[in-house]
Ligand binder design. Structure first.
Ligand code: GDL
Length: 696
């Protein structure tokens, strides 16, 4: 593979690379941010996006101006970023409660950003992630869609600030998973792409919020819709969604081929500042790959390998530097050489007079002073392995899991005087050694001179140590002829033997211990009965219809919903066509229905909605599907729709349509995934309604 000579047009301009402080929870301190700028400069990163979700004045109280004291701190921070050649991008998140159509709100936004501009900031960002999609009535009257409202205000602010060179926008649909029906067909993203001024860059997290992999094709697809190369807001190292996780693996599964196709990458890492050494260091190595790196020899046929970047090598580089940081004392009065050593030294330095009174020299027969072995690179490798990546465990973790599984499944052999018995005992011993290595790593970490790093890691390593301790005790109990040790079997155990508070209790109560198979199991165990609709079902169908209406009302903040053409069918005011009505029951009772009219006209007439003739010609029939939320298995719905479509087809109809509410993401997803239904453009459609059609 040859090195790209120049940047292709899509990702033109300066490549933004750095960190976004964009997580939920306790924001970093000003000192930590200043430390971050130093590191960024050292490692060749150039940007910092200030977006701490739980900072009062960034999101919840976005209208409030900064006080004199806060101003002083921000001015110092912005100037520190400049000193270290880091572009300080100030982000604001007004989406929780802004009324887009109110000029006072727009003025408040401008006033706030003007204030930050006065602090010396010249790069800005407006974020609309994680906000309610439904607009208030005033905004609905003023804007044709949510995207139009966001774009209008963003363009206005961008121009007001004098079109800054760096200006970022975070859409509400910021990953493929949020787009309906698909990235390229998302009307939200298409509007953003068309209407957002070209100087504004757009943030994107990839296929998912926390993306496992980000492929070149997926970026090409979204760039076409956005009409610009996105800036990746990467959540690969974020840990704010799970209090037991820390992400200490290398930046991974983003080919360096992406670099010329992107406008930038910002990583939104772990909440604990000092645990982000690997996250930021390896991202820096990745960003430099195309400019610094020589292509590596990649084994033929190994498509996973990137010729310019090896996550394993990047990790080792990061860990080597991190070890140095661990070993540096970060506070006055930090650890000193043990007293005995000091005495030896002072023999050579007879002039030394400041002998500390507290230094203690042990006498004969006394306890030796506590000395800790220093932390090693292998310890850090193990640490990173135990807290690797969101979708991947480190190799040691995998081995430990496999070994425990094997030991559990072969427990009958524990004491047998056979080859298998010997193998069991050997492997049990090896498992025990692995657990011990974790405990030793924990001990050496706790003695590392740099306390700030230790404190940021502390809860997590304690958690792992205790989990490993449980597994170790369990294997020991298996090995002693099934006699569990007294420690494990205690009647009145300490709370660390049954960890996790309510969340832990729930996990233990749920099938599959609350792991992700939980949902698969739920799907597998439900039994559904699908049968033709009969007149006696009318009341039950109405009940399902009303329940779903109520759920929809709740979603749209109790505002009355626009009626759908199919409502008269669901409410029993119109009878479905023959062979075109099915209901589904589970063990509780009726939980869904699918009804159709081969000729939609009577239903259209009932709500007096104008539907254009050409559309009706192509899609003359109407279908409606409802499923109560307790039905998590889509196969029953698929089966009903399949049967209805075949009945409608046999009636001679050319096509069928359905109406869905934009807020009903479950149904939109369902119909989109079927493949046969595609969104159809209809003039005069109320803005909260989407029509999808299938040709038969
Ligand atoms: C998100 C949030 C982010 C959060 C992350 C991980 C974006 C654009 N927004 O959705 O603030 O830290 O998930 O939980 O990613």
């Amino acid at each position: 593979m040859s090195k790209p000579k120049s940047q292709p047009p899509t990702g033109a301009g300066r490549f933004i690379c750095g960190v976004v402080e964009g997580f939920y929870g306790r924001p970093w301190t000003m000192e930590q941010r200043t430390e971050l700028f130093k590191r960024e400069q050292k490692w060749g990163l150039n940007a910092y996006l200030y977006a701490p979700k739980d900072d009062y004045k960034h999101r919840m109280y976005w209208r409030d101006l900064y006080s004199a004291e806060e101003a002083e701190q921000l001015i110092a921070l912005i100037s520190a970023a400049k000193q270290h050649n880091v572009d300080f991008i100030y982000a604001i998140s007004p989406g929780l409660d802004i009324t887009f159509s109110n000029p006072k709100e727009v003025a408040a936004l401008k006033r706030k950003l003007d204030q930050v501009k006065e602090f010396g900031c010249s790069s800005f960002s407006v974020l609309f992630d994680d906000v309610e999609r439904e607009m208030c009535a005033a905004d609905k009257r003023a804007f044709s869609s949510f995207a139009h409202a966001q774009v209008a205000i963003t363009n206005d602010v961008y121009q007001h600030l004098g079109e800054p060179e760096t200006f970022l926008f975070c859409p509400t649909d910021y990953c493929a998973r949020f787009c309906t029906p698909t990235v390229s067909q998302s009307s939200y993203l298409n509007t953003v792409g068309q209407k957002l001024l070209p100087g504004i860059d757009i943030l994107w997290t990839g296929p998912k919020v926390v993306s496992h992999k980000i492929s070149v094709e997926s970026i090409e697809e979204v760039s076409a819709v956005l009409r610009r190369a996105p800036v990746i807001w990467d959540n690969i190292h974020a840990n704010d969604y799970d209090p037991q996780r820390l992400i200490l693996g290398p930046y991974k599964d983003r080919p360096t081929e992406l670099i010329p196709k992107l406008k930038g990458v910002l990583t939104n890492p772990n909440c604990e500042f000092y645990s982000n050494f690997v996250a930021i260091h390896t991202l820096a190595t990745w960003c430099k790959a195309l400019t610094d790196g020589e292509p590596r020899d990649v084994e033929m046929g190994d498509e996973e390998q990137d010729p310019y970047y090896s996550p394993q090598k990047a990790l080792m580089l990061a860990l080597t530097d991190w070890l140095e940081e661990f070993m540096s004392t970060d506070q006055p009065g930090g650890p000193r050489p043990p007293a005995r050593l000091k005495k030896e030294c002072s023999d050579e330095e007879p002039m030394q007079t400041d002998i500390d009174e507290s230094s203690y020299v042990t006498g004969p027969d006394e306890n030796p002073l506590y000395t800790a072995e220093p932390l090693t690179l292998d310890d850090l490798k193990l640490l990173s392995d135990l807290f690797y990546l969101p979708y991947e465990h480190g190799t040691t973790t995998i081995t430990m899991l496999q070994e425990l599984d094997w030991l559990k499944n072969h427990r009958q052999a524990t004491t047998a005087e056979t080859d298998q018995g010997a193998e069991w005992r050997l492997r049990a011993q090896q498992f025990d050694n692995m657990c011990e290595a974790v405990v030793q790593m924990f001990n050496r970490l706790s003695n590392a001179p740099n306390r700030s790093i230790l404190y940021d890691l502390y809860n997590y390593i304690c958690d792992i140590k205790s989990g490993v301790g449980l597994a170790q005790a369990y294997v020991k109990a298996l090995g002693s002829e099934g006699q569990a040790s007294t420690e494990v079997m205690e009647d009145d155990p300490e709370p660390w033997r049954f960890r996790g508070a309510l969340s832990g209790e729930f996990q233990r109560m749920l099938p599959g211990h609350g792991n992700r198979d939980l949902f698969r199991q739920a799907l597998m165990t439900a039994v559904y009965c699908i049968r033709p609709y009969c007149p006696e079902d009318k009341t039950e169908v109405q009940k399902v219809f009303r329940e779903m209406q109520r759920a929809g009302d709740a979603k749209s903040s109790m505002m009355a919903q626009t009626p759908l053409i199919s409502d008269s069918l669901s409410a029993g005011e119109l009878l479905p066509s023959p062979q075109c009505a099915l209901v589904v029951e589970d063990d509780i009772g009726m939980c869904g229905y699918a009804l159709a009219l081969t000729d939609a006209k009577p239903a259209i007439a009932k709500i007096q909605r104008a539907v254009s003739e050409p559309v009706l010609k192509e899609f003359p029939s109407l279908v409606v599907l409802q499923m109560l939320p307790r039905v998590t298995d889509p196969s029953a719905a698929k089966c009903m729709i399949g049967r209805l479509l075949s009945s409608i087809r046999s009636s001679g109809s050319k096509g069928v349509f359905c109406e869905l509410r934009h807020s009903d993401r479950r149904m939109i997803n369902f119909f989109s995934k079927l493949g046969s239904f595609k969104p159809i453009q209809m003039d005069g459609l109320p803005q909260d309604i989407l029509t999808m059609g299938a040709s038969l």
